[in-house]
Design a protein around this ligand. Structure first.
Ligand code: 13P
Length: 288
């Protein structure tokens, strides 16, 4: 199956009151684990690539080639979108050129007029190329691959301005944070979320910082209009934890336990388990 944009899967998610997971990829193991889990669970999936991860994986064209080849070699039949995460204006253009099927342009750090201006230009390009486009208003707290946000909640009127440009999905800051949530976190701001959805109509909303949000809050966010949830840190923590246990148990020193195919296997399985848990929580299982 070829890469698809995220329009149809998110429209269906919106109508069906569930969410599609975006899982960020970092390398071959990550990509394979996520694709295989999506296929096993018959779930649509969005592979997220930050600019930093794109660079790490030897550039966007390498990522596109790897993902396309893997979909083919693994006989993946569920819809897969390859999505730039928190793209700059230049990054968005580079990923469009490289063959991504979905783009996030994060103009949230610009004054709103400039965010509108640049998003509008990218809406036209993405429409012409049949790609989905995610925009952002307000900001996601914390840091992801050098993208830092103060975490201010989005202004619903500004969300409407951006939604009216014809973007596919909208990320709005509602108290969510990239990375681990601090002990004193106040939780998601559901009033702001409800207001944004009221003003933006059927616009699929995106919940960034999906790692570590209590399940009840995730369910409520989906009830209030979230159709895409982004997860990155939880897969990283699961991978690191499983790998540490393997090494600490001295398994790399037994027989050929140092073979990377053995050494990375527990982490790979841990990513699969995390993705499965999230897909079940988001309700996307069986929706492909
Ligand atoms: P987490 O790393 O907190 O899961 O956030 C992922 C994300 O929002 C990607 O944009």
């Amino acid at each position: 199956m070829a890469l698809v944009n995220a329009k149809e899967m998110l429209t269906k998610a919106k109508e069906g009151h569930y969410a599609v997971g975006q899982f960020n990829i970092n390398n071959l193991e990550w990509t394979k684990a996520i694709l295989l889990t999506a296929e096993e669970l018959k779930s649509p999936v969005i592979l997220g690539v930050s600019e930093g991860a794109g660079k790490y994986m030897c550039g966007y064209t390498t990522v596109v080639a790897m993902v396309k080849a893997m979909i083919n070699e693994l006989n993946i039949t569920v819809p897969v979108a390859l999505h730039l995460d928190h793209g700059s204006y230049e990054g968005a253009k580079a990923c469009i050129k490289a063959g991504f099927s979905s783009i996030m342009f994060d103009g949230s750090h610009y004054p709103i007029d400039e965010n509108v201006e640049k998003t509008k230009e990218l809406v036209a390009i993405c429409n012409e190329k049949n790609l989905s486009l995610e925009a952002e208003v307000g900001s996601i707290g914390g840091e992801e691959d050098g993208v830092v946000g103060a975490g201010e909640c989005a202004d619903p009127d500004e969300c409407k301005m951006i939604a009216d440009l014809g973007v596919t999905m909208l990320a709005a800051g509602i108290g969510n944070i990239h990375g681990k949530y601090p002990e004193n976190w106040q939780g998601l701001n559901f009033d702001v979320l409800a207001n944004i959805q009221k003003l933006t109509g059927k616009m699929p909303l995106v919940l960034h910082g999906g790692s570590g949000i209590p399940e009840e809050m995730v369910r409520k966010a989906i009830d209030l209009g979230v159709s895409k949830v982004n997860v990155n840190t939880e897969c990283q923590l699961a991978f690191a934890d499983a790998t540490r246990k393997y090494i600490e148990a001295g398994k790399d020193l037994q027989g050929k336990g140092f073979d990377p195919r053995k050494l990375l296997a527990p982490g790979f399985e841990a990513i699969k388990a995390t993705v499965k848990e999230k897909m079940e929580l988001f309700g996307s299982v069986g929706k492909a």
